[in-house]
Design a binder for this molecule. Structure first.
Ligand code: T4K
Length: 385
């Protein structure tokens, strides 16, 4: 109580304002969702590849411009079962600058992740370092389109062809992104999308694998349903990872608004850029050429010497103002406790450098320009100039 008395008036006003979280789920008008789920009370068909599930698959195929898609209960299971369906053995080249899901999916398949460093501009895999990591045990590359930034898909394809490797993209952040006018999931053997509540497009929880080979799709389909081929034949050691009808209905409704969602995000990102561009010590992601992005995240890298404050100081200062940014992606997955002693974080120095300095700022369609300006004002109050 006493401390409030010493806070300047404008600061006090801000302190009682609503919390600003790193993101906020987009939801369709509730009447539309109710209408979409109404018939489920008639059919009593709630899951196991129902009408909504199949309708959403068709709509997503069109939206994502892909030939084949399989829906899942979440993105993680989509990736894990995609790797299983590929029947891979040995080593997989990937990056540690990602959500823990990517590494877990590899390890839980009995595969060994071999960590490649990232490039410092867009934080995707540094393609110039991939070939040095290839051994006779390498079976695949799992690159991450991190924050919706697109990996160098052409160079990855060249390497994969040369060494006969599978390419499975973690495209959790890249829903709707296009590269050279093509849906991003048309690159590689398969791509996994996450439709989690925190993503640009959500089905509450959910995910999908888009893939090239139809035969592969049959294995994938069975693995998400316990490996069941038919009522009497179970020929795979599968899991249960099916998307249910309520999730699919949310997906159908949200798909109608996703372009609008992306447009709104674009404006917010532009506002951030106007506020933060050309500030010494602040590094924004380079805008990628030939990419139509989805504005999934707004990462900022703070270089302490030039900026005058560390990433953690910025994070804490924002928190004091009820603004909750996130340290996506810190810690690196190769330094997490569960992998203690297995990997050497020094092998990925650029990833380590960025992970210690990056902060993702709040970003969602309904974030107001006034809030963006306030977030930037708090950040810039730490700038040494
Ligand atoms: N690969 C990559 C590269 C990924 O980033 C992810 C997921 C995956 C794979 C796996 O996909 P999924 O299996 O999740 O489909 C979140 C998400 O849970 C996770 O989906 C996401 N990446 C990761 C980057 O972020 P947390 O632990 O940070 O979420 P949480 O609960 O702290 O939420 C963050 C903020 O989002 C909240 O402060 C408010 C907002 N929020 C959250 C929820 C749960 C909402 O507005 N509504 C909600 O329902 O992991």
């Amino acid at each position: 109580m006493i401390s409030i008395l010493f806070i300047p008036c404008n600061e006090r006003k801000r302190k009682v304002k609503k919390k600003i979280l790193v993101t906020r789920s987009s939801m369709p008008p509730k009447e539309e969702y109710y209408k979409e789920i109404e018939e489920l009370w008639g059919s009593h068909w709630l899951t196991n590849m129902g009408v909504k599930h199949n309708k959403l698959e068709d709509e997503l195929k069109q939206y994502l411009e892909v030939e084949n898609i399989s829906l899942f209960t979440n993105g993680h299971m989509a990736l894990e079962l995609c790797l299983q369906a590929m029947n891979l053995k040995g080593e997989v080249i990937t990056t540690p600058f990602t959500f823990i899901s990517t590494t877990h999916a590899i390890v839980r398949n009995g595969l060994t992740p071999v960590f490649c460093d990232i490039n410092p501009k867009d934080f995707t895999i540094d393609v110039s370092k991939i070939e040095d990591l290839i051994t006779d045990r390498t079976c695949a590359i799992v690159p991450v389109h991190v924050y919706g930034n697109i990996c160098n898909v052409e160079e990855i394809e060249r390497i994969a062809q040369k060494y006969n490797l599978k390419v499975i993209y973690d495209a959790a952040h890249a829903f709707g992104v296009k590269y050279k006018g093509r849906g991003v999931a048309t690159y590689g053997d398969a791509s996994m999308f996450s439709f989690h509540a925190t993503k640009v497009y959500n089905t509450i929880e959910g995910g999908a694998v888009c893939f090239r080979d139809e035969e592969f799709g049959k294995s994938l389909y069975r693995l998400k349903n316990f490996g069941i081929k038919n009522e009497e034949v179970i020929d795979g050691i599968g899991a249960n990872a099916k998307m249910n009808e309520f999730q699919a209905a949310m997906g159908i409704c949200n798909l109608k608004y996703v372009n609008e969602e992306i447009k709104k995000r674009a404006k917010i990102v532009e506002r951030y850029r106007e506020n933060l561009e050309n500030i010494e010590g602040i590094q924004l992601t380079e805008i990628q050429s030939d990419v139509e992005t989805n504005y999934a995240y707004f990462p900022v890298v703070f270089h302490e010497k030039e900026f005058g404050a560390t990433r953690n100081e910025v994070y804490n200062k924002l928190k004091e103002h009820n603004i909750y940014s996130r340290k996506y992606f810190y810690p690196l997955t190769n330094s997490c406790e569960c992998y203690h002693g297995r990997f050497n974080v020094e092998n990925t120095p650029v990833a380590l450098h960025i992970a210690n300095r990056v902060l993702t700022l709040p970003l969602y369609a309904e974030l107001e320009f006034g809030d963006v300006d306030e977030i930037c004002r708090v950040i810039l109050s730490l700038h040494r100039a």
